[in-house]
Design a protein. Structure first.
Length: 82
C-alpha cells in the first residue's frame, strides 16, 4: 500500500506506471500502479497532515477506510480528471 501527497494526481499515476528503469522507488519495486482510494484537499498543509495520520494507522484501519470508499476495489485511475 502506498500513501502519498501530490498536486498533480494524473501525472503521479503516470509516473508510478512508467518508472525510470533504474528506479528504486517503493512504487516501482512493489508495482503500485492502481489507484483505489483518494482524498482531495485545497490546502497542502492539511493534505500533509492527513498523509501523516494515515501512515500512522494500522493496515486494518486503512483497509476499512478504503473499503468504505470503494467496496469493490475498482481501479480509479481513469476517473481522475485533469
Amino acid at each position: 500500500m502506498y500513501i502519498g501527497v501530490t498536486n498533480e494526481l494524473r501525472e503521479r499515476l503516470y509516473t508510478h506506471r512508467n518508472p525510470d528503469v533504474l528506479s528504486k522507488a517503493f512504487t516501482a519495486k512493489y508495482k503500485c500502479y492502481y489507484l483505489i482510494y483518494w482524498e482531495q484537499y485545497s490546502d497542502i498543509d492539511t493534505a500533509i497532515d492527513r498523509e501523516k495520520q494515515l501512515k500512522g494507522w494500522t493496515r486494518n484501519k486503512k483497509d476499512k477506510l478504503i473499503l468504505d470508499f470503494n467496496p469493490t476495489l475498482k481501479f480509479l485511475n481513469d476517473e481522475i480528471q485533469d
